[in-house]
Ligand binder design. Structure first.
Ligand code: SR1
Length: 325
């Protein structure tokens, strides 16, 4: 470890141990988030210990205890169930370990919360829904309660339905597991077969949208359905832009940028510098039409065209390299 020139202690010497403890590792979003965290850690000469998520609350608790025992200086907690984390997170704080939470509400003033402005994300998606479908249609909605970002997006969906009496939610389904897309596809197939009048699906997680698209294609109804989602990846861009795709828009950040921001929030705290309690990475609306017109095929191409996909100005400092992608 050589450290970072001009950085405050302990980053001047390098080798600072930080843990990334995830609840979910499967899927494009979480893999890109981890890759971004790793890139930012490398740029800061951090010894990043990654604990892969298995959608298992008990395993995540155990991993936090392991990280404490490893003597890390900070822990980034990526998703999880707040009720099973409170006491182990408190143990970390009591030992002077800094904690950052991404998309899990730990409700502790000492823990900065990173999020993608989920209310704005859902609002942008639903404005696009109205632009393309009017304010009167039959909808399907994909949701699983208990995940902070999905719960925040759900608040916006509930308010949207109240404000638009012509929007009727005919079916609600969803599954979060290590096979989210295929399990959601099975549920979507049943819901769409039972409700042939559904024309719009709000699926605010890319694995959900991928599942619904699979179901619509299998049922041969892709041409009468429009899917609106959250998140983006290279694979998503290909699914959105392919001919005849029902996936017409998504609202997203670059998850790698969010991963990098989470590590920066941890590093700043370890260096004894100020970090805001609420850290937001703002999402951008990406439409099928816009992606096709710009001939964008990968997340790297997107990063070249949309500055928000290459970097965020959240929690930066002069000593932190932040041009990573
Ligand atoms: C199960 S929660 C999935 C969401 O977490 C992140 O916020 C991503 O945006 C994804 O949609």
């Amino acid at each position: 470890a050589g450290g970072v020139n001009g950085a405050p202690a302990p980053f001047d010497k390098g080798g600072v141990k930080i843990a990334l403890v995830s609840y979910i590792s499967a899927g494009d979003f979480f893999q890109a988030y981890q890759a971004g965290a790793e890139a930012q850690a490398k740029a800061l000469d951090i010894d990043l210990r990654v604990f892969p998520g298995r959608q298992d609350a008990a395993a995540q608790r155990e991993q936090i205890l392991q990280a404490i025992n490893l003597g890390v200086s900070a822990i980034v907690i990526d998703h999880g169930l707040p009720e099973s984390l409170g006491d182990v997170v408190q143990q970390a704080l009591d030992k002077g370990i800094k904690v950052v939470a991404f998309d899990v509400n730990l409700n502790n003033p000492k823990i900065p919360q990173v999020e993608q402005s989920d209310h704005e994300l859902a609002d942008l998606a639903l404005k696009q829904v109205v632009k393309e479908n009017g304010d009167s249609f039959k909808a399907g909605y994909v949701y699983v309660a208990g995940f902070a970002p999905l719960d925040r997006r759900n608040e916006v969906w509930d308010a949207f339905k109240k404000q638009n009496a012509g929007v009727v939610e005919k079916a609600r389904f969803g599954n979060v597991s290590d096979t989210t897309a295929t399990s959601t596809a099975d549920q979507a197939k049943a819901a769409l077969a039972a409700n042939p009048d559904i024309t719009v699906i709000f699926a605010p997680y890319d694995e959900f949208a991928r599942g619904v698209k699979l179901a619509a294609t299998d049922l041969g109804i892709a041409n009468k359905l429009k899917i609106y989602s959250a998140d983006v990846s290279t694979a998503d861009i290909q699914e959105i832009t392919e001919p005849g795709s029902p996936w017409v828009a998504t609202v997203a950040t670059n998850p790698a940028v969010v991963g990098a921001v989470s590590i920066r929030a941890a590093a700043l705290q370890v260096a004894g510098q100020e970090v805001p309690h609420q850290i937001t990475v703002k999402p951008t609306l990406l439409t099928q039409e816009g992606l096709r017109a710009a001939n964008v095929q990968t997340i790297e191409e997107l990063a070249k065209k949309v500055p928000a996909f290459s970097a965020s100005d959240a929690v930066t400092a002069s000593w932190i390299p932040d041009k990573l992608f």
